[in-house]
Design a protein around this ligand. Sequence first.
Ligand SMILES: CC(C)(COP(=O)(O)OP(=O)(O)OC[C@H]1O[C@@H](n2cnc3c(N)ncnc32)[C@H](O)[C@@H]1OP(=O)(O)O)[C@@H](O)C(=O)NCCC(=O)NCCS
Length: 140
Amino acid sequence: MNIRIEFGSPLYDESLSLRNEVLRIPLGLKFKIKDIATEYDSYHLGYLLEGSLVGILILKPELHHVKMRQVAIAPEFQNKGIGKKLVSFAEDYARFIGFTKIELNARDTAIPFYKSLNYKVLGDSFIEVGIVHSKMIKSL
Ligand SMILES: CC(C)(COP(=O)(O)OP(=O)(O)OC[C@H]1O[C@@H](n2cnc3c(N)ncnc32)[C@H](O)[C@@H]1OP(=O)(O)O)[C@@H](O)C(=O)NCCC(=O)NCCS
């Protein structure tokens, strides 16, 4: 089930653990308080399976588009279609809050996933958190 998570709620804390496990610990990194403090005005969307949070992403409104960040599916639930359902929910949500374009910085390993959802690579690749990323966009 797709859900919206309130910033600062117990489920938000669960989402931080999931993001840490999937996106940070494998890179030898951790979240800093200052990173999290900037998230109060973002939309936190998740996927619940039998009461457990197994997927998370963030939509951050910018001037002309919404930025999709921190897309993470729990390792044991990857490749089961959950990421696709969550991104599709996020696209509907972005339209609902008035945006017509989504941008994201995709890790190299995730580019085929986003391409399968019709995101297009824009420009050259670059390094972020020590790994190769590419900007990808989709018109809604
Ligand atoms: C990348 C990630 C979000 C994808 O979510 P997922 O639930 O595993 O993906 P899904 O099962 O919904 O896959 C949807 C489609 O993408 C394709 N896909 C997913 N990962 C893929 C990969 N690495 N290579 C090729 N295709 C891939 C699937 O085959 C599927 O295609 P289909 O609809 O034609 O069957 C998830 O695997 C993940 O959290 N990975 C680790 C963290 C990460 O890299 N996050 C993204 C940071 S930018």
